[in-house]
Ligand binder design. Structure first.
Ligand SMILES: N[C@@H](CCC(=O)N[C@@H](CSC(=S)NCCc1ccccc1)C(=O)NCC(=O)O)C(=O)O
Length: 207
């Protein structure tokens, strides 16, 4: 299984793919594209949608982060035990995309003026996941095995603790979930690696 991820030297949209693969112990190569390479080469024109990431799985070439994530989830058994769980995982993942899109918008704002309002509204966004984790005794968002949606939530929580360390203080289930998942041996090793720590969240924004 030759897997290659092509992306910029930032966490960005690709980080959730890296986290999944690292936690699952799936070997993959990375092609790092600097902004200079991106603007000077024909790579952008060769990308179906003109954007990164690109994910190559043998002779399959995929664009679109969430399509890549779902492909890997099917391949690595990260989509629940049956269709019911897969549907619930999709539901959780869609809701996480809503949170991620708000976070991306904040990350790209020129100054910190939107941060106060963002953090004020954050608990409303986190509450459904606190409620889900406190009621699901399986230990994950859905069922009793890690899924596609858990990786998205874990990375969002990690980034939000950088943005505002106390942001999980009112959410004990999210706190213990994050602690437990980040202690998974492969994920723990990756999160403490220079690879992860040295990559900015987006260009110019260090974690
Ligand atoms: N729908 C696509 C969107 C891909 C995309 O926006 N790619 C960007 C890079 S991805 C990006 S903007 N990431 C930073 C935003 C981010 C920050 C923090 C977490 C997640 C994302 C890109 O290729 N820009 C160059 C160009 O268009 O010429 C996807 O999900 O892959």
């Amino acid at each position: 299984m030759s897997l290659t991820l092509t992306y910029f030297p930032v966490r960005g949209r690709a980080e959730v793919i890296r986290v999944m693969l690292k936690d699952q112990g799936a070997e993959f190569d990375e092609k790092v594209i600097t902004m200079e390479m991106w603007t000077e080469s024909t790579l952008k024109a060769s990308c179906l949608f003109g954007q990164l990431p690109i994910f190559e799985d043998g002779d399959l070439t995929l664009y679109q982060t969430n399509a890549i994530r779902r492909h890997l989830a099917r391949k690595l058994g990260l989509y629940g035990k049956d269709q019911r769980e897969a549907a619930l995982i999709d539901m959780m993942d869609e809701a996480l995309q809503d949170l991620l899109n708000k976070y991306i918008k904040l990350m790209f704002e020129k100054d910190d003026s939107g941060k106060e309002g963002y953090l004020k509204a954050l608990p409303t966004g986190l509450k459904p996941f606190e409620k889900t984790l406190s009621s699901n005794k399986g230990g994950f968002l859905v069922g009793d095995k890690i899924s596609l949606a858990d990786y998205a939530l874990v990375l969002l929580l990690i980034h939000h603790q950088v943005l505002s360390p106390p942001c999980l203080d009112a959410f004990p289930s999210l706190q213990s979930y994050l602690k437990r998942l980040c202690a998974r041996p492969n994920l723990h090793a990756y999160l403490h690696s220079d690879d992860f720590k040295s990559r900015p969240i987006i260009p110019g924004k260090r974690a």
